[in-house]
Ligand binder design. Structure first.
Ligand code: HGY
Ligand code: MN
Ligand code: MN
Length: 407
């Protein structure tokens, strides 16, 4: 018997809160990729997917899938890893939404020829490499990168992946997954300011993330005369201050940039730094602005090496282009929100999402719910329960329409 599918509000909220217990840190979570808590959360999800009647796979890089037992399905989900001191909803919301939608559709007897596949991608936050799980699943990373990326603790990606060494690889099956739908908290202040519970994402920014390495020579900081020093830190600071000035000069209206970490080694007040690292990231939805920043960075590295041969090198962990959402998915999300009487607004995403990686291969759509105070990537991150429930209802209605239109 086909019934009207319904979000179970209590089950949705309690699953979200239970997941937030894993790696809980105050009001937030600490589940950086492949930490004990991240892996525990993946096993917890696998059990939830199994109980929902989905076929479970944890793959070779830790992506967790719960697949409907049909040959065609809409892929839905997000990620369950977090930044080092993250909030409880970033990523988790989209995964639990997808699970709840799959449960609601199957309880109502709606899943016929076309179903829902639920996923939690691994290392979305790029503790090793941004969107690592989704990009690997989509075939855009081969195993050579396992030996090229480290996390901030100096753990090699290949070593972190030992936890999944007995697992099979997964590959995006385009004949099965005809699209990918991801819901997420907005992580910014716009929906709240507009007083609207739902955002229909228009595009995701392009992102460049890289590390700059500086080399010098360790020496006694009290006895080595200034002209004799090879100071890696001095090169870093000089280049950083030039980047600050030139980025500001070249920025478009919406360009953002960040210097997320500085490392000096050996790291003592009385030792001249032998080695230094600077994390640089910039984002824009206009590819031209990204290219001007690329050029400035390359130019400054050249200038540093001209002043002191081989003192500076760069390695990029992410260089993605802006990507637009599928117009049909956007329309279906908008219709679903309208049908349910939830006000919605078109909104670009300044945050990166797995959808951007998957969207290189199949159509994508994204829905946002408001973030209280616009806060995210901090334990302060939160969303009102009523908005959490509203977003799930819109996602459910949109999913049902997408399944019907594909069937
Ligand atoms: O960094 C980001 O934009 C995202 O939260 N992964
Ligand atoms: Mn995040
Ligand atoms: Mn996220």
């Amino acid at each position: 018997v086909i019934q009207h599918p319904k979000i179970d509000r209590d089950r949705l909220l309690s699953d979200l809160r239970e997941l937030a217990e894993i790696g809980k840190d105050g009001t937030g979570v600490r589940r950086p990729a492949y930490s004990e808590a991240d892996i525990a959360a993946r096993h917890w999800l696998a059990e939830k997917f199994r109980t929902a009647g989905l076929d479970v796979q944890i793959d070779r890089v830790g992506n967790v899938f719960g697949r409907s037992r049909v040959s065609r399905a809409l892929l839905m989900g997000s990620h369950s890893d977090s930044v080092p001191y993250g909030g409880w909803l970033d990523g988790s919301l989209g995964v639990i939404y997808a699970l709840e939608v799959a449960r609601a559709l199957s309880a109502a007897g709606v899943i016929g020829a076309v179903g829902v596949d639920v996923v939690s991608f691994a290392d979305e936050e790029g503790m090793f490499a941004g969107w690592f799980g989704s990009r690997t699943h989509c075939g855009d990373f081969d195993d050579s990168v396992w030996r090229k990326f480290w996390n901030a603790e100096g753990v090699l990606l290949a070593e972190a992946l030992e936890a999944f060494k007995d697992r099979q690889r997964s590959t995006l099956d385009k004949s099965r997954n005809f699209g990918y739908l991801e819901a997420h908290i907005e992580q910014g202040p716009r929906l709240e300011a507009l007083g609207k519970p739902v955002g229909i994402v228009t595009s995701i920014v392009g992102i460049r993330t890289c590390k700059l390495y500086f080399s010098g020579r360790a020496d006694h900081a009290g006895t080595t005369p200034m002209p004799m020093r090879k100071d890696a830190g001095k090169h870093l600071v000089a280049l950083l201050s030039r980047l600050c000035a030139r980025f500001k000069e070249a920025a478009g209206e919406d360009t953002v940039w960040n210097f997320g970490n500085i490392i000096m080694k050996p790291g003592a007040a009385n030792v001249v730094p032998e080695h230094a690292e600077l994390f640089v990231q910039y984002r824009d939805s206009d590819a031209k602005n990204l290219q001007s920043f690329d050029a400035i960075l390359a130019d400054e590295i050249r200038a540093a090496n001209a002043a002191e041969p081989n003192c500076c090198s760069m390695s990029s962990t992410m260089a993605t282009e802006p990507i637009a959402m599928d117009p049909h998915f956007r329309q279906v999300l908008r219709d679903a929100a309208t049908q349910l009487g939830h006000a919605c607004e078109d909104i670009p995403s300044g945050a990166g999402h797995d959808a951007a990686a998957v969207g290189m291969h199949i159509p994508i759509g994204m829905l946002f719910v408001p973030s209280i105070g616009g806060r995210s990537h901090t334990p302060e991150e939160n969303t009102a329960d009523e908005h959490i429930v509203a977003g799930a209802e819109v996602l459910l209605a949109a999913t049902q329409r997408l399944l019907e239109s594909d069937a």
